[in-house]
Design a protein around this ligand. Structure first.
Ligand SMILES: [Zn+2]
Length: 346
């Protein structure tokens, strides 16, 4: 497959029938050269059912460079989606922060900026802000559904989940929750808007789009199930909107139930590590915990005779995220306990 290197968004023909591969050159801040960010645009040949809403989907991987499941799954979609089976427009960006991906780092080594805190972007900012600005001004207007595939990287372990914020519009929230369930992961996490700002999905949901994130693995590896659910989940979303022919796939045949909706919208559910130490977990990711239950012990090896600090669950719920490394620094999120939720009590 050939890709065309372009230097300005006006060189992208967003309506060209079929499948076109580009690499968009974003000039470096530090010298001569560019970060070549891959983009594939598909305008399907298949006549779909008539729809009142414009159909378009954008899927991103590599917003954080050391999270690989989305990069692998979206790259595979670039290769395998056949315009003959597609109705509507699909935009695929497997390595949004290309420089971070090339370096296997969370943030771009070029400007030290976290792409997932750089939105809405800045056309005159450093490279990460310029890429965010490109997404905001040129990609988002083309689509209604936005999917950003993440993983834990080195930040922490996650029970495999899709994630989205508690957006105020009930119809938008219900559609986001429904579409997120098509990834068929064990959990759907409603997470706190207070944790961070400037997220890609923040910007998309503020524009009223169906915006879905998720954690498809961790540890800078490639989680087999994470890739499967990312790849087939995006295909399921396309089928849901009649953008791709075929039946919606039950991805996890071993789990008959729907994904479990859990809620960690409160910032108090994100437990900061109270002091530096070595974390000894006593429960596993995805486990049920009860209020007062011992979640883990924090050890201080400067005095091997010292009692460890015991951390106990502040509420009943599911351990959805936890520090994956032994060493945890003061202030970093040690774990998150999410409560059961239902669409009815959102
Ligand atoms: Zn991430």
């Amino acid at each position: 497959m050939s890709t065309t290197i372009i230097h300005h968004p006006s060189q992208i023909d967003f309506d060209k029938p079929g499948k076109t591969h580009y690499r968009m050159a974003f000039p470096l801040d530090s010298g001569w050269g560019s970060s070549l960010v891959p983009i594939t645009i598909i305008n399907g040949y298949r006549a779909g059912k008539v729809s009142a809403t414009p159909r378009g989907l954008a899927a991103f991987g590599g917003t954080h460079g050391n999270e690989w499941e989305g990069q692998v799954a979206v790259k595979r979609l670039c290769q395998e989606l056949d315009p003959a089976e597609i109705s509507g427009k699909i935009i695929l960006m497997p390595q949004l922060s290309e420089s971070a991906c090339a370096a296997n780092q969370r943030i771009s080594p070029l400007d030290g900026v976290n792409m997932n805190r750089a939105f809405p972007g800045n056309a005159r900012g450093t490279i990460s802000y310029r890429i965010a600005d490109f997404v905001k001004r040129y990609i988002f207007p083309q689509v209604r559904v936005v999917v950003d595939i993440h993983a834990g990287g080195r930040e922490g372990g996650f029970a495999l989940c899709t994630s989205f914020h508690p957006v105020p519009d009930p119809a938008q929230f219900d559609e986001i929750a429904k579409v997120a369930s098509l990834f068929d992961l064990p959990f759907q996490l409603i997470y706190s808007s207070q944790m961070a700002s400037g997220l890609l999905t923040d910007e998309a949901e503020a524009e009223g789009k169906i915006a879905i994130g998720g954690e498809f693995g961790f540890g800078e590896g490639v989680n087999r199930k994470g890739v499967l659910h990312a790849f087939e989940g995006i295909r399921n979303i396309l089928k849901h909107y009649d953008m791709l022919s075929g039946e919606i796939l039950k991805i996890d045949q071993a789990r008959p139930s729907l994904p479990r909706l859990v809620d960690a919208r409160n910032i108090e559910d994100y437990i900061p590590c109270p002091r530096p130490g070595i974390w000894e977990p006593l429960v596993d990711l995805g486990d049920e915990v009860k209020h007062g239950q011992l979640v883990g012990r924090l050890h201080d090896f400067s005095d091997h005779t010292a009692e460890p600090l015991e951390l106990r669950a502040h509420q009943d719920g599911v351990l959805i995220m936890m520090c994956a490394a032994a060493s945890c620094q003061q202030g970093l999120t040690l774990y998150v306990i999410a409560r059961d939720a239902s669409i009815a009590n959102k």
